[in-house]
Design a protein around this ligand. Structure first.
Ligand SMILES: [Zn+2]
Length: 240
């Protein structure tokens, strides 16, 4: 169900709703998204961000199209507060680059290789990792690694600090608040080099989860046909 409808619950006007934990309220809580810049986007109950809510809805739709077999989800990046619902609902593993919060994850990435051999994923998620990686070959290597660790029908959801109208990646000053890079249009060629077909998602009819906060993001798959199937199953209309 999409749309931006509001509903009355008791005396409180409810205009946002968390699909993950069912919290509902007038607005999300503010979180610092740049130094001294706050955005109302965090769920006060489960700590979820817009990308978590988008991912929750996309995975639920993909699982429904799958029958009783639980999807295998493999993620590089991802937020700690999203582990519990991902592990509860799916066969889920998480990896992170060593410079990240490596000690909290299931497997580590060294160079571009994921240690051990986690089960091949139906859906890969790459979340806010590549903007920490300033070397192009390493970015492509990480995307290739997810390509290797997904099934033949493998698909990917990719969130990051994306400004795809830019002709180049923008390098932030050393010690930048969150990211080293803002990824521009060349990231699409990097995805291609790693074997992924991709589509940019600029808008979603999911206003009550305030999804526009994490736009654009990218859906990717191993072939055009699989990408078409991904878009159809998630019921997302990509905008060109
Ligand atoms: Zn929540």
């Amino acid at each position: 169900m999409g749309g931006s409808c509001s509903l009355e619950v008791g005396t409180h006007l409810v205009s946002v709703h968390c699909p993950i934990c069912s919290w509902a309220g007038r607005d999300w809580y503010a979180v610092e998204s740049r130094p001294n810049s706050f955005a109302k986007k965090i769920c006060p109950q489960c700590g979820g961000y817009p990308r978590d809510r988008i991912t929750f809805i996309l995975l639920r739709r993909l699982q429904r199209g799958q029958g009783p077999k639980r999807l295998v989800i493999g993620e590089i990046g991802g937020s700690v507060h999203s582990y519990s619902w991902k592990k509860k609902r799916y066969r889920y593993w998480n990896a992170d680059i060593v410079e990240g919060a490596g000690w909290t994850v299931d497997v580590l990435v060294r160079g571009c290789r994921i240690q051990k051999s986690p089960p091949c994923a139906d859906i890969a998620i790459l979340s806010y990792v590549l903007s920490q990686v300033e070397t192009k070959s390493v970015r492509i290597g990480l995307m290739k690694e997810l390509h290797r660790l997904t099934t033949r029908e493998g698909k990917m959801i990719f969130f990051d600090d994306l400004e795809l109208t830019r002709k180049r990646h923008q390098v932030y000053p050393k010690g930048a608040f969150f990211h080293a890079l803002q990824l521009g249009h060349p990231i699409l060629n990097e995805l291609k080099s790693a074997g992924w077909k991709s589509v940019i998602i600029n808008a979603l009819e999911l206003k009550s989860i305030q999804s526009e906060m994490e736009m654009p993001f990218i859906l990717a798959a191993k072939s055009e046909a699989l990408l078409f199937e991904l878009v159809r199953t998630t019921r997302i209309a990509p905008q060109s």
